[in-house]
Ligand binder design. Sequence first.
Ligand code: BG6
Ligand code: MG
Length: 221
Amino acid sequence: MNKKAFIFDLDGVIVDTAKYHFLAWKKLANSIGVDFTEHQNEQLKGVSRVKSLEKILSWGNKSISEDEFMELMALKNDDYLAYIKKMDETEILPDVDRVLTFLIENDQKIALGSASKNARMILQKVNILDKFESIVDGNDVSKAKPNPEVFLNAAKNLNCNAKDCIVFEDSVAGVKAANIASMISIGIGDKETLKEADYVFNDFSEISNEFLTNLINEKRT
Ligand code: BG6
Ligand code: MG
């Protein structure tokens, strides 16, 4: 069997932490008098903590000092971590485990490619840290998605060509990053929002072992 590299985003793909990011950002935005909708939240998915706060401030037409900026980022993260502390393996999204197990049993390479600086902690909380051969997260990259740096680093760590990589992503920025890297992009979420992806599924329960087998055997030039 061929060896491919399967690169998973974390938030909104493996675990539903996207909802915790939303709640924490909304609380923070509202506390400084900025409105924050689900539509705006969509634009923050896959985007780093710094870039997210910059966007919120620009939507609210606010300018603040560097110190205040750092304070607000810390406040948001503290709030977010309060949700994370309560997580356990029951929060792994449906069929993620089945897909990971199938890929491992078929001798495929698996990496994490996330913008989050909390990624390792979350994988530990839900007890799947050891399934990943390589982890590239917000501590390892300087360029945020849609820049493909995070996925290219994962491919390099796994010793795989970009054309042999498959990326699972729930964010528009992440799908763009995978496409820019010439990897196969699989959107997890809404078909219309993620229309730039090569394939889109609502969740992993729609991804069959047969579909994965075809990806493994597909020859791309
Ligand atoms: C991404 C999330 O995975 O990580 C974003 O989609 C988040 O919403 C970003 O802002 C950074 O995460 P963290 O945990 O470092 O604040
Ligand atoms: Mg995500």
